[in-house]
Design a protein around this ligand. Structure first.
Ligand code: SF4
Ligand code: SF4
Length: 275
């Protein structure tokens, strides 16, 4: 069965995947497994690289993951093709695809499956793409031969902790850009100071593993989905040009237009005021 996954993933430019026994995973949402009718078996984890060349734009004002279209769309398309193909090839088994809202602790499972190490920033760090990956998995009741490793951690260089503004501003910058409603003057000033309309990549940017992946030339996603329809610099004008369909395909859509619109307005207004 792993050969089937290998062939499928190769066709989709996915080269970072590994299997782990479900019994070696920490189950966080058992009801999702119950719903899929699976109580034991294997999780096939996939690390999907998303960093695009467009994300290198020096004027980028949103997190790198939000530059392409929402990754949930990628997994939806992937699973819509993969799950029926698996069901057809292995009709005696059950399969379910998950991303983000997963029954298992994904980062820990991915590290134990051998996909990478766990960073001090709590992200999975892969050798090839650093932490600029999304995790997803297919869970099946089939028992695929695989090894479980001890999870390993990064070298704890502390660069991500030093770069993180949370201690100073009292809230994660990414969470602040996603906060709904009115912001205090201090919060507005923080968003302006960091120039972010959505998210924060500081802990990933400074990580030596990101530099190593850049130096090795492997950081960029080879997957077309993450290199198409990229918007590295978002403006109020660009946002207003988006119809509801294109807006809903962006990673910041789940918070609704008012939140990202407020951030952009404050970036543009304060910039105008300071110029
Ligand atoms: S996203 Fe930014 S602010 Fe939030 S924890 Fe990471 S570095 Fe700190
Ligand atoms: S910056 Fe250093 S401490 Fe932080 S995740 Fe990367 S290697 Fe680990």
């Amino acid at each position: 069965m792993l050969a089937f996954f290998k062939n499928f993933f190769e066709k989709h430019s996915l080269d970072c995947y590994a299997a782990i026994r479900l019994s070696d995973c920490h189950i966080e949402r058992p009801y999702l497994l119950e719903r899929a009718g699976i109580s034991d078996g294997t999780a096939v984890l996939i690390a999907v690289p998303y960093y695009s060349a467009a994300a290198d734009d020096p004027k980028r004002n949103i997190s790198a993951y939000a530059v392409p279209r929402d990754y949930h769309g990628f997994f939806k398309e992937l699973f819509a093709e993969l799950i029926p193909a698996l069901e057809q090839a292995f009709p005696e088994h059950k399969f379910a695809g998950f991303a983000d809202h997963s029954p298992i602790a994904e980062v820990e499972a991915a590290a134990k499956a051998g996909l990478g190490i766990i960073g001090k920033n709590h992200l999975l760090i892969t050798e090839k793409y650093s932490s600029y990956i999304f995790l997803g998995e297919v869970i099946t009741d089939a028992h695929i031969p695989c090894k479980t490793l001890e999870k390993s951690f990064c070298e704890d260089c502390g660069a991500c902790i030093s770069a993180c503004p949370m201690g100073e501003i009292g809230i994660c910058l990414s969470a602040l850009t996603q906060k709904k409603g009115e912001l205090s003057k201090e919060e507005e000033a923080t968003i302006f100071r960091y120039g972010s309309a959505w998210g924060c990549d500081l802990c990933q940017e400074v990580c030596p593993h990101t530099q190593a992946a850049k130096d090795a030339g492997t950081l960029y996603s080879p997957i077309p989905y993450f290199n198409e329809a990229t918007i590295p610099v978002l403006t109020l004008e660009r946002l207003n040009q988006m119809d509801d369909e294109s807006f809903s395909s962006r990673a910041y859509a789940w918070r609704g237009r008012p939140t990202i619109e407020r951030n952009l307005r404050l970036l543009e207004t304060l910039k105008g005021g300071n110029s």
